[in-house]
Design a protein around this ligand. Structure first.
Ligand code: NAD
Length: 461
């Protein structure tokens, strides 16, 4: 298990001591990892900055080959990586294995995208000359990842950055630094040159990130986390007009219309709500069910969620937070609702009905295994309630009328819609949100563009 900082291809101790990493299923310390200080930050940025020209000039095919080897190594070492994710984050081994497969796909997808970076030749409207465009890597990128998908959130940023020819400094979340360190090991083994990826761990992120954004060598910030922290970082990035991608919080509506296949909707709801024990930014946050199917949907969801096991949330703060939202919700608890007495940070699958629309469970991101169910009248009512939030990441619609589903998808203010599908995450699709859920897209054809600049040449012919 790696516990030191990874700077310029070497493992080095942090200058600010160590901090503990806990196992959420027991609350016990797994190990301690290095706490990076300002000297370490400078060393990491210096290494990334020095490595950048060579990496940017490395043929795209070569860059893609390194990513492809990393994909193969992740796939081969799936169980080992999954065990570590499960240990430090608390998700089940099966969820962790699924995460590793999903995370590895970002390396494969961007290995293939590396060779498709192209420019354009356009004829100027007057016909007298041409406009030639080409793309180049933006430069040293600061990547900040959350704890809920410790591997996938990192590969979703490292993959496109490296494919584009950028070098990076990655700072993982303080709850889950071990997976990021393992990824660094794996990339080094895949033949990544020294300095291209550097990993700094700390439990005092503000102390490191603010100075990093004040360093003019950092040209790009990609952040996944809460809207609260995203707002702070955007203000800090304004200093040097750092190019920003922000994947922030969500408040996804899960809509079940009167013509839906209710069993399929329940199956989709389990995925959208319970994957990662509700700790996903795309998680269904509000269930909007049309009245004629509300009783059937609620009864079937309660029964399906009752059969699921209780799993730990990431830390004690998360449990207190979810518990207090349920208590303040003003609804009727139909399942769960009380934390167990066992060790660790567990919270049971919970269903709440009879809620006012301004309930805290509708207004705020829950980030736990709680399904609040609301009834809605018609499509206009769905749109009004679904869009009554400052967030706009994901949404889900269940209907057997495809045209109705598509019309509704167009009206929902969200970056991603699952139409009769409870899972929207896909490395080949553009992932991201509108409104206060973020800026930019990760994955898909769009993802690599976040790490590229466009230059144009005005020709005289
Ligand atoms: P968080 O915002 O608290 O932390 C995210 C990252 O920011 C961590 O690496 C943390 O160390 C760092 N950080 C925290 N305070 C900082 C500061 N003052 N300066 C610099 N960095 C700081 O979020 P979290 O609790 O780890 O994750 C949960 C949130 O992330 C939820 O809101 C969820 O919706 C969101 N999320 C979004 C996506 C997405 O793609 N849109 C994916 C996963 C999670």
């Amino acid at each position: 298990m790696r516990t030191e900082l990874f700077i310029d291809g070497k493992w080095v101790p942090g200058s600010q001591g160590m901090f503990p990493v806990l196992d959420p299923s027991t609350g016990q310390v797994i190990t301690s990892v290095a706490r990076a200080g300002l000297d370490d930050l400078d060393a990491a940025i210096t290494a990334a900055h020095a490595a950048w020209p060579r990496w940017a000039a490395t043929p795209p095919r070569r860059r893609g080959e390194v990513l492809h080897r990393a994909f193969e190594a992740m796939t081969a070492r799936r169980d080992e990586i999954a065990a570590l994710i499960s240990q430090e984050m608390g998700k089940s081994l099966a969820d962790a294995q699924a995460e590793v497969a999903y995370a590895a796909e970002y390396f494969r997808w961007f290995a293939e995208e590396a060779v498709r970076i192209g420019g354009e030749l356009r004829t100027a409207p007057g016909g007298a000359n041409h406009i030639l465009t080409f793309r180049r890597p933006v430069g040293v990128s600061l990547l900040l990842t959350p704890w809920n998908f410790p591997a996938a959130m990192a590969t979703r940023k490292i993959g496109p950055a490296l494919a584009a020819g950028c070098t990076v400094v990655l700072k993982p979340a303080e709850d889950t630094p071990l997976t990021a360190l393992l990824l660094a090991d794996l990339l080094a083994e895949a033949g990544l040159p020294n300095g291209v990826v550097n990993v700094l761990t700390t439990d005092k992120p503000g102390d490191l990130v603010e100075p990093a954004l004040a360093d003019e060598r950092i040209r790009k910030l990609s952040f996944t986390g809460s809207t609260r922290v995203g707002r702070i970082l955007l203000a800090q990035a304004a200093g040097h007009i750092v190019k920003c991608s922000m994947e922030l919080g969500g408040n996804a509506p899960f809509v079940v219309l009167d013509d839906a296949d209710v069993d399929a909707a329940v199956e989709g709801a389990l995925l959208a709500k319970m994957r990662n024990h509700g700790q996903a930014c795309t998680a269904a946050n509000r269930f909007l069910v049309q009245e004629s199917v509300a009783d059937e949907f609620t009864a079937k969801l309660v029964s399906a969620m009752r059969d699921m096991s209780s799993a730990p949330l990431v830390n004690e703060r998360a449990v207190t937070n979810v518990q207090s939202k349920v208590e303040l919700s003003g609804g009727t608890v139909r399942l769960g609702g009380k934390r167990g007495n066992g060790p660790g940070f567990s919270y049971p699958p919970t269903v709440v009905t009879g809620l006012p629309r301004d309930s805290v469970l509708a207004r705020e991101e829950i980030f736990g295994p709680v399904a609040p169910i609301f009834t809605v009248q018609d499509d206009d009512d769905v749109v009004a309630f679904a869009n009554a939030t400052e967030m706009g990441l994901a949404g889900y619609v269940y209907t057997t009328d495809l045209a109705r589903g598509l019309r509704l998808s167009e009206r929902l203010e969200a970056g991603m819609i699952g139409l009769n599908r409870g899972l929207v995450s896909d490395p080949a699709a553009p992932f991201g949100g509108v409104k206060e859920s973020g800026l930019g897209r990760e994955g898909g054809f769009e993802g690599i563009g976040e790490y590229l600049e466009t230059t144009y040449v005005a020709t005289s012919w």
